[in-house]
Design a protein around this ligand. Sequence first.
Ligand code: HEM
Length: 399
Amino acid sequence: MTTANADLFTPAFQSDPHPVYARLRTDEPVRLVTLPGGNQAWLVTRYEDARRALADPRLCKSGVLAPTGPNTLIDPSVVEAMSKHMLTADPPDHTRLRRLVSAAFTNRRVELLRPRVQEITDGLLDAMAGRDELDLIDAFAFPLPIQVICELLGVPAEDRESFREWSDTIVSGVSAGERLPWAFASMLEYLRAMLARKRVEPADDLVSALIAVSEEGDALTENELTSTVFLLLIAGHETTVNLIGNAAYVLLSQRERWAELRADPELLPGAIEEFLRFESPVETATFRVAVEDVELGGTTIPAGAAVLIGLLSGNRDDRRFADPDQFDPARRDNAHLAFGHGIHYCLGAPLARLEARIALGSLLDRFGDLRLAVDPAEVLWRPGVLMRGLTALPVTGLR
Ligand code: HEM
């Protein structure tokens, strides 16, 4: 049995992709699909194949066009200044870029953020208290990570609404149409002005540290700097919004879980790994290109073809996880692929976990009566192939 391409990437698929992925894993675990923008890619849906593909040096990043695909009108010079970062690079460039950024984006810098993450969280929860009903994405899941990443990088808080607009547009990719080139150009103009400011007046932030970082005379070029700051902004907030939003959705649509976690906060770290597995914030890894014919799961991916690796699908594979469609905060052996695998494994995973623990721990603690204000099946999921997240999460019970 085959799954029709028409069943993929539709609003119905987006609201519940799991049965479709389960069919693909059984019938066509590596299959050619046509994406919403019209491009084609080989979609990998089983856990073991996905893990192998993520670590396969024959599936490369060089040669992948603009982060949003070839069918856009983005000025080539803008693409050049936004795509020279580690997530579009292969070794040896990748090794060098990742080493330079890791030297500035240290665990110490992440740990130092802990009190600020708590403070920002408390401020947002204070503002929510007493309201009848609100959108938890808008009031909480979105503003927290953007404030944190802006503080980490040294971007003034008053600019965060502009960032939301630009990055939302960029992440929705080709479906954003003519707004896409505008969003890229606006973001780049902003980043260049910010870098110029920090060169003259460095501060104790990650952008200043990235400017300063140099190793045996090897520093980041101007395009690598704009690209890296851009990557951290996008990777550091859209993803974490989805983790917090999806986690709240899981807990509120299975309300007994909300009560269970409130009663036993020790379950929280394991629960966060389980949210990452169960409704993975990043649905598919970023595109790769096969540099030669690659055999995977019994199928040959031809040289030159684009490859899309299903993280959400792999994380629900019953060949790897017992009862994968059950949310189990006490699950052991939870080696999910939500942060990727191999050389591109998420550099921000410690920060994402820190934010999620503080955000969800404080939300649970503060609002014992929190409830969904809509039927769980009515919530809307974001369009696009890469991300799995809600457009809104109406809640009530904030008194
Ligand atoms: C829940 C939150 C997050 C999730 C689920 C997530 C997921 C991922 C995934 C799946 C990849 C690999 C993509 C691929 O191989 O194609 C990745 C890479 C990356 N992530 Fe995250 N991420 C999260 C948060 C963050 C944060 C907070 C930051 C930084 C502030 C960050 C920075 C990065 C960077 C720099 C890379 C590229 C690493 C490389 O190419 O070597 N991420 N992330």
